[in-house]
Design a protein around this ligand. Structure first.
Ligand code: HEC
Length: 150
């Protein structure tokens, strides 16, 4: 009986220990690991087929990238970093997950945001401006220091 009792206590202690560990992991700071990166960009996979297939109407507009950069610096840089390399509050947008997303997918994410995870809705920005930002994002390509390795 004593041994059983002892066992009971240690397995309870083990369970508490495990629960504390799990909680500590959930509270890790925003420094992305690979798994966290996947979580960050999960929303991109949720874009409906129709939204995904939308073409960027400004694709061949030579001024769209520059205009998009200005908009990005004004609206997005505070979280995503000046050149979209990622910041304290938001992930890099130079990673393959974003760069390989279709323009329509990026437009959809901008329009809807990921509010519960801290990414605001940008539906109040006029559509042409949202497309300019998409043009800018697509012009970036992955950074030299692969930020998904962080
Ligand atoms: C207040 C901070 C903040 C601002 C401002 C912000 N974002 Fe984000 N953004 C986030 C966060 C946090 C995430 C990660 C959301 C998640 O975990 O899915 C994110 C995610 C994204 C993603 C990846 C989509 C995904 O699956 O999460 C894109 C693309 C993006 N942002 C683009 C932009 C653009 C473009 C702007 C400017 C118009 C912008 N963001 C402004 C915080 C911000």
């Amino acid at each position: 009986m004593t041994t059983l009792h002892g066992l009971g206590i240690s397995s309870i202690a083990l369970m508490i220990f495990a629960a504390t560990l799990t909680r500590a992991q959930e509270n890790l700071p925003a420094q992305p690991t690979k798994e966290r990166d996947l979580e960050y960009y999960a929303e991109l996979a949720k874009a409906p087929e129709k939204a995904r297939a939308l073409k960027n109407p400004l694709e061949s507009d030579p001024d769209a990238v520059a205009a998009g950069r200005k908009l990005f610096e004004g609206h997005c840089a505070e979280c995503h970093g000046n050149t979209a390399e990622g910041g304290k509050n938001a992930p890099s947008l130079r990673v393959p997950a974003v760069q390989e997303a279709t323009p329509g997918t990026l437009f959809w994410v901008l329009t809807n945001g990921v509010v519960r995870r801290g990414m605001p809705v940008w539906s109040k920005l006029p559509e042409p401006q949202r497309w300019q930002i998409v043009s800018y994002l697509k012009s970036l390509g992955p950074s030299q220091t692969n930020s998904s390795e962080k």
